[in-house]
Ligand binder design. Structure first.
Ligand code: HAX
Length: 436
């Protein structure tokens, strides 16, 4: 058994009685009331999911396993000579809640290397997809195609697993899928945009570096990748991708089914695709300006045009956050340090000066501040990844860190199949005392 798995096994043994006690002794304790507004309004704020992987405070932003973003980046071990930490170390941290040592991070990195072969039939299938398929459709299809590799599905069907052991087969699946996602994504990139001219993996390189190598972009793009994957790792459990993954897995569907479903949710313009749309919006503005950067007044006009056309300003607003997303701030700091003169970055900063004011005046968005997606594409563009419909796939690689950690824990703690109750409109009217 790997060290990560045995540490995890210990944590799980320790955690199980806490959940059992809460359920048995305090199961009827209320956590709040659900209002009619929440039932109609996408369950906003309803507390009915449990996770210890991350917590999102509306004012402070995300904490991973109790640590803020700067604390996580400060404490995670880094590959020698690199600026950004091991993604494998972050996976260790999310799964166990323990900050790994350099050796522990490197051990997980080595384990990922052993598991990262994407089967040939997946590559053939991707090559057979129409050229104009969205890369997220290719990503989701590639993950789903690998379902036949699931150890959990095979062992479960053979009747070999007892409930307390479900997590172990799920952990093996999660390790395999996690290791393969960057490889799958790189294949998609090369097939879709580079005429199928595939760059083979390099066993001397880890999760982020090998991805950068297979995409075909030199250093320091590997650091950008590690930063990007970690920042997008998790955002507690209620967002569409995390929730979709949890929901599908709750039916004891394996991680391939569950993560493919999560990616279908991430592909939506109100969720992960906002990073693609942000770059698209900025490019539109530049095109209308004949390539010149707009002034603040001109930007204000473009923002109003977008809003008056009934569209959202991509990269702004959030369902939970009520201030600037610290994931935006972390990327901004990277840009300030490594690419302060980049024209697009300057434009993103100008948008930051104007958009919150315009959104406030517009009066609809509860949060006029930028989220993670308003800046992430600028880094990619700067370092040479300019096919911006691919950006959500990058998000999808990172998001697996949180979603798959959660699914391993869901299995370990025996969380049941999810099944909230629906009501009819007439029942809501009756509850409100409305008479027809
Ligand atoms: N531009 C214009 N209008 C916006 C807006 C924006 N950026 N953000 C919210 N609104 C509007 C909503 O569309 C809604 O309008 P209606 O009443 O007409 O339906 C109203 O303001 C209230 O919405 P809200 O309560 O503030 O926000 P929601 O919780 O409903 O939605 C969203 C949160 C992130 C989906 C929303 O802010 C949005 O559409 N933002 C733009 C897209 C985006 O950046 N998405 C990525 C979010 C981060 C993420 O998940 N990344 O994956």
């Amino acid at each position: 058994m790997s060290e990560l798995k045995s540490v995890l096994a210990e944590k799980i043994e320790h955690h199980r009685p806490r959940i059992q006690r809460l359920l048995k002794t305090y199961g009827d304790h209320p956590l709040g009331q659900v209002t009619i507004g929440q039932a109609i309004g996408g369950a906003r704020g309803v507390k009915c999911l449990v996770t210890d992987i991350s917590y999102l405070d509306p004012m402070e932003g995300i904490r991973f396993r109790g640590l803020t973003i700067p604390e996580v980046f400060d404490q995670l071990p880094k590959p020698p000579g690199k600026v950004e930490p091991y993604v494998a170390g972050f996976w260790y941290f999310l799964l166990t809640g323990d900050m790994p040592t350099l050796e522990q991070a490197q051990a997980v990195s080595a384990e990922f290397k052993k598991r990262r072969q994407v089967p040939e039939y997946v590559i053939d299938m991707l090559k057979g997809m129409p050229k104009d398929s969205h890369p997220m459709a290719m990503f989701s299809a590639g993950i789903l195609a690998m379902q036949r590799e699931s150890i959990f599905a095979r062992e479960y069907a053979a009747g070999n697993l007892k409930k307390p052991e479900y997590w172990e087969a799920t952990f093996e699946d999660a390790m395999n899928l996690m290791a393969r996602l960057p490889i799958l994504a790189a294949y998609i990139y090369r097939i879709k945009y580079k005429d199928g001219d595939i760059i083979e993996e390099d066993q001397s390189l880890g999760f982020g570096s090998n991805f950068a190598h297979m995409i075909g972009i030199p250093e320091p793009y590997d650091d950008v990748c590690r930063l990007y994957f970690i920042l997008h790792g998790d955002h507690e459990s209620g967002n569409v991708s995390a929730h979709a993954g949890h929901l599908v897995a709750s039916a004891l569907s394996d991680v391939y089914y569950a993560y493919s479903a999560a990616m279908n949710g991430l592909a939506g313009p109100l969720h992960g695709r906002a990073n693609q749309d942000t770059l698209g919006w900025i490019q539109d503005v530049l095109e209308k300006m004949g390539g010149k950067a707009p002034t603040e007044d001109q930007l204000e006009k473009f923002l109003w045009e977008t809003l008056n056309a009934g569209q959202v300003v991509p990269g702004y607003g959030h369902a939970v956050l009520r201030k600037t997303d610290p994931r935006y701030t972390a990327q901004k700091q990277f840009c300030e340090h490594y690419m302060p003169d980049d024209e697009l970055f300057k434009l993103v900063k100008t948008i930051y000066k104007v958009a919150p004011r315009v959104l406030e005046e517009h009066g609809k968005a509860k949060n006029p501040w930028p989220n993670v997606d308003s800046i992430s594409g600028v880094l990619q563009w700067h370092y040479g990844l300019r096919e911006y419909d691919f950006y959500t796939v990058l998000f999808g690689i990172g998001r697996a860190l949180g979603v798959l950690s959660n699914i391993v824990w869901d299995r370990a703690l025996g969380y049941p199949i999810e099944r909230p109750k629906s009501v009819t409109t007439a029942m809501l009217e009756e509850a409100a005392g409305i008479r027809h």
